[in-house]
Design a protein around this ligand. Structure first.
Ligand code: GLC
Length: 581
């Protein structure tokens, strides 16, 4: 066979310089593409509580972020999404806001915020704020007023059910230990609705005054110069407020029953015309509806609602006992093709509601942590859609083995979920197995800066334990190692930033049946790249008739690439991007 007589040769990866390959012709030939800064953005998500503490209370703060802005800039990311930093009693770590125009004292002051924003802008980094307005905290002034009497002017800012009407129709609560989203409140002998915890009462979006309040809050931050908004849990804002009785088992598909109802588009259009369209801001909503059509209705430019959807199909795939690469490929390919011509999506594999991506999708063992983390970062940064990179993933941070027993967890969802499982006589060992694999707390353990005590995160006691692997997995060590996950991440951001094909190019899945390799091309005019990702811990071969055409190695997470003219053999978790010369 021709193939077999060819000598296997080894190409030393030269990481061909992304900068020098910027194709100016491509840029000018792509006028039919609707270019936007937020499509070209690389978003870095910071969980402020866990990023950098400066005052020794064991909790990250805004001054800490300011101190680390040069690091953030060095990553090659262009925008930061910050989880909520507003005043909050922290029942759900800031997703329970008690004052939308103030900074949580744990995090600092408004002065710190203003400084942080201007220092970000001085470095050309944009800031996206998290807006939590499906619910507020029960300690917000609006709720204090609302619960004080039935005829208080703020009463209809929330959803109340008078006790004389009998028990309200059951609603499932995502975070409640008892599971019911209605909470009885003695003061006015009524129940209020809370889809999340009891301290997160749902706002009544049918009340135009609530919508005006929210638009004013958005304007307040837009006037300060922030560059975008992420609308938290927003599909829940539009609910059926006639509160019909739902069929048994509706919790399994609860979105269909009590989110995404009529009204959602009206609310978003109002926000768009009152706020978004008057500022150069990007907008992304958590959740993307139930179908691709519904996602389009949120994000298509002619709808004048938001810019991009943040869908969960992909992060829902991994389970404690593994997952199927075929499903992974199918999911990403389905979302890409649905938005190929119109609309825009987000690409991510982790965030503050997920465990660490390398532990969920790849391999966090000593031998494979680094190549597999690099492989996942290559994937995120080579797909069409705006990439969201979660802090620490640029280092290959992993799930934390210190989170063993329920007492080790801080997340309200984990703790109340455990209580609920116990009440319902569920298998608690299985509950803990799933928690150890998928808990949100794994994604929230502190940033690993160096090998000193507590990884340079704090001089106090960290609010969640550091992952013991911080002695070797940390910024300081990885900055000094040319082959680190961190340096690979920087090469990938540079490659994406300097190659429009990775932002705007068409995506095509190839050899979709391949059991180990995820292979796809991105094509923009004459520019084409081939991306090959080995998702397995075994070597994997990939044959292609015109392989020789892809003669330039643009990125490689190993020093070598074994291939003939017709076949490439990838090492465990090897990731390469090849270009046509
Ligand atoms: C969103 C947030 C999550 C939070 C929840 C309630 O899903 O991402 O962290 O707990 O909303 O606000």
């Amino acid at each position: 066979m021709y193939k077999s007589v060819l000598l296997m040769f080894i190409l030393l990866a030269t990481y061909s310089c992304a900068e020098s390959k910027k194709d100016n012709n491509t840029t000018t030939e792509t006028t039919n593409i609707d270019k936007k800064w937020w499509k070209e953005a690389i978003v870095y998500q910071i969980y402020p509580r866990s990023f950098q503490d400066t005052d020794g209370d064991g909790i990250g703060d805004l001054k800490g972020i300011i101190n680390r802005l040069d690091y953030i800039k060095s990553l090659g990311v262009t925008a930061v999404w910050l989880n909520p930093i507003y005043s909050s009693p922290n029942d759900d770590n800031g997703y329970d806001v008690s004052d939308y125009r103030n900074i949580m004292s744990d995090f600092g002051t408004m002065e710190d915020f203003d400084k942080m924003l201007s220092e970000m802008h001085a470095r050309d980094i944009k800031l996206v704020m998290d807006i939590v307005v499906n619910h507020s905290s029960d300690e917000h002034e609006w709720f204090k007023e609302s619960r004080s009497s039935r005829d208080n002017p703020y009463r209809d800012y929330y959803h109340w059910w008078p006790a004389e009407k009998g028990e309200p129709p059951y609603r499932y609560s995502l975070f409640d230990a008892e599971g019911n989203a209605w909470k009885y409140d003695e003061q006015t002998d009524s129940y209020y609705l809370h889809y999340f915890s009891q301290k997160q009462p749902d706002l009544n979006w049918e009340n135009p005054k609530v919508r005006q309040e929210v638009n004013d809050i958005l304007k307040f931050w837009a006037e300060k110069g922030v560059d975008g908004f992420r609308l938290d849990a927003f599909q829940f804002a539009a609910k059926d407020t006639t509160f019909p009785k739902f069929p048994d088992g509706f919790e399994k598909n609860f979105i269909q029953y009590y989110a995404m109802q009529d009204g959602l588009h009206k609310y978003l259009k109002e926000m768009n015309s009152e706020v978004f369209s008057n500022y150069d801001v990007m907008t992304v909503a958590e959740g993307a509806g139930r179908t691709l059509e519904e996602a389009h209705e949120l994000v298509d430019a002619d709808r004048n609602e938001i810019n991009m959807a943040y869908a969960f199909d992909a992060v829902d795939i991994p389970k404690a006992d593994g997952y199927d690469l075929a499903t992974f490929k199918e999911t990403f390919s389905k979302w890409d093709s649905a938005f190929a011509k119109k609309g825009w999506i987000s690409i991510f594999l982790s965030n503050h509601d997920q465990a660490r991506m390398v532990s969920r999708y790849a391999n966090d063992s000593l031998a494979y942590r680094a190549p597999s983390a690099k492989m996942l970062n290559t994937f995120i940064l080579s797909m069409r859609g705006t990439p969201y990179c979660y802090f620490g993933d640029e280092l290959g941070m992993t799930n934390n083995p210190k989170l063993k027993n329920i007492e080790d967890y801080k997340d309200i969802a984990a703790i109340n979920g455990f209580k609920k499982a116990k009440t319902n006589n569920e298998d608690l060992d299985e509950y803990m197995r799933n928690l150890r694999f998928g808990s949100r707390d794994h994604g929230r353990t502190p940033m690993q800066w160096d090998a000193s005590e507590n990884a340079g995160f704090t001089i106090g006691t960290p609010w969640l334990p550091l992952n013991p692997n911080y002695k070797s997995v940390n910024v300081n060590a990885e900055e000094q190692n040319e082959e680190s996950v961190l340096n690979h991440f920087k090469k990938m951001t540079a490659l994406r930033t300097n190659n429009d094909v990775l932002v705007y190019g068409d995506y095509k899945l190839i050899q979709k049946e391949h059991k180990q390799i995820y292979a796809f091309t991105r094509t923009l005019d004459k520019d084409e790249v081939l991306i090959l990702l080995n998702f397995s811990k075994n070597e994997a071969s990939f044959a292609l008739d015109n392989l020789a055409a892809y003669s330039e190695i643009k990125i490689n997470n190993y020093l070598e690439l074994a291939h003939t003219e017709l076949e490439i053999t990838l090492k465990p978790y090897q990731a390469v991007i090849l270009g046509k010369d």
